[in-house]
Design a protein around this ligand. Structure first.
Ligand code: NAI
Length: 385
């Protein structure tokens, strides 16, 4: 099987998310990392690209240069990852889709619903893949939860409770730190801070695991640090397409919480609990039964979970390997297209531009509802109403 050619924009030296992408893309041997515009400072980006093994003519200083350079080659990249700051995602994703290159975009895919609808339409029109990196959906046990719900182990799903609450912006004295301040500035962050940054991961997880879309929501948004214009804490109630009731808490002032992403699903026949900080264990309680700990890598899990795991049971397998599962799904889907065959359906569960758009509509809905005393609002993008 030939290897695919992969490029990256953003994710330069010292970036938070760049290494997780490079580890994730490398682990299964599906991709050669051949091109990059890794840094907003052209020379630093070029130099880092060379150190990572890129050829001199493909260690680009700027993403536009990379677009032109790759578009002119017979061996252009098959897939580009966009791991730059949020405000640039829309423009870069749009340009690469138009050039016929598949895209994996970091979240949030866009800053507005209109831009999101444009990207969805463009991906459909060009026939290119636009995936969005809701990377937590790549965890083996998250996929197992999804499989358990889909095969009916929990019966009808009554409730889903999602949290993404950390305490890393809790220091009021730090509110003027330039690395923190932009996140709460509407000119740079858009209409929402904490929900748009973290809440959307939790909301995506709720949809991914239950197989239902968010339809309506009511939000209580607050700025616990009063100088902030945008929210640093939100409680969101929502209703899903299959009738499930949703509760979501997100916060950046929850001192003592580290990452803080958890998902609980409660059905008629049992309940599940998973936490990102203990990703190798899943708590399962059947109705009238006993609490069981399901361990990643144990025998007789679902095919979905088995397909998404690599390291022997009892050893840590974390976020870069969850990203690796998104890359693995994309590799299968891209190869299937190249070979003119249907893709393995098990690979067709990676998050797409449609998910990115739904998230943006939810962000706008949270801002609207939060600004209107928690009024219930439609959370669906106009395109999907
Ligand atoms: P960061 O600030 O740590 O790194 C950003 C990198 O992009 C830097 O290397 C910077 O030089 C580079 N860059 C900026 N503008 C550029 C441009 N125009 N062209 C080329 N490179 C450019 O940011 P971080 O935390 O890595 O976040 C990047 C994106 O990833 C954000 O959109 C963020 O929301 C997302 N993210 C996603 C996570 C997930 O779990 N899916 C987790 C953390 C971040």
């Amino acid at each position: 099987m030939s290897r695919l050619r992969w490029g990256m924009i953003g994710g330069g030296e010292g970036s938070q998310i760049g290494p997780a992408h490079r580890l994730g893309a490398a682990i299964d041997g599906d991709y050669d990392f051949v091109a990059g515009a890794l840094d907003h400072r052209p020379e630093e980006g070029r130099a880092y690209g060379l150190r990572l093994g890129l050829a001199a003519d493909r260690a680009y200083g700027d993403w536009r240069e990379m677009l032109d350079g790759e578009a002119a080659r017979d061996d252009a990249i098959d897939l580009v990852t966009v791991a730059t700051p949020n405000a640039t995602h829309y423009e870069i994703t749009k340009a690469f889709l138009k050039a016929g290159i598949h895209v994996l975009c970091e979240k949030p895919m866009t800053l507005t619903v209109e831009e999101g609808e444009e990207i969805v339409a463009l991906a459909r029109e060009t026939g290119r893949i636009c995936a969005v990196n809701y990377g937590y959906s790549g965890y083996s046990l998250v996929r197992h939860m999804r499989a358990m719900v889909a095969r009916g182990d929990l019966g009808r799903i009554r409730l889903v409770k999602a949290e993404f609450a950390h305490g890393h912006h809790a220091d009021a004295a730090d509110a003027d730190n330039p690395r923190v301040r932009w996140r709460y500035d509407p000119a740079q962050a858009g209409v929402s801070a904490q929900f748009a940054d973290c809440g959307i991961h939790a909301l995506h997880m709720a949809s991914f695991v239950t197989g239902q879309e968010v339809e309506r929501l009511s939000a209580d948004t607050v700025s616990c640090i009063e100088s902030r214009v945008l929210e640093d804490d939100a409680m969101v109630n929502f209703r899903m397409s299959g009738g499930t009731v949703g509760r979501l808490w997100t916060s950046s002032v929850a001192i003592g919480r580290q990452h803080g992403l958890t998902l609980q699903v409660f059905g008629e026949k049992g309940g599940l609990r998973w936490a990102q900080e203990q990703p190798n264990q899943l708590c399962w309680m059947p109705l009238n039964g006993r609490l069981e700990i399901i361990e990643r890598g144990e025998p007789n899990l679902s095919p979905e979970a088995d397909r998404a795991t690599r390291v022997t049971i009892g050893h840590a397998e974390g976020m870069p390997l969850a990203f690796a599962n998104i890359y693995k799904d994309l590799a299968e889907t891209i190869r299937a297209r190249k070979e003119g065959r249907p893709a393995d359906p098990a690979a067709s569960i990676f998050p797409t531009a449609e998910d990115g758009l739904r998230s943006m509509a939810a962000v706008v809905a949270v801002a609207q509802s939060g600004g209107n005393h928690g009024a219930w609002v439609d959370a669906r993008p106009p395109m999907f109403r």
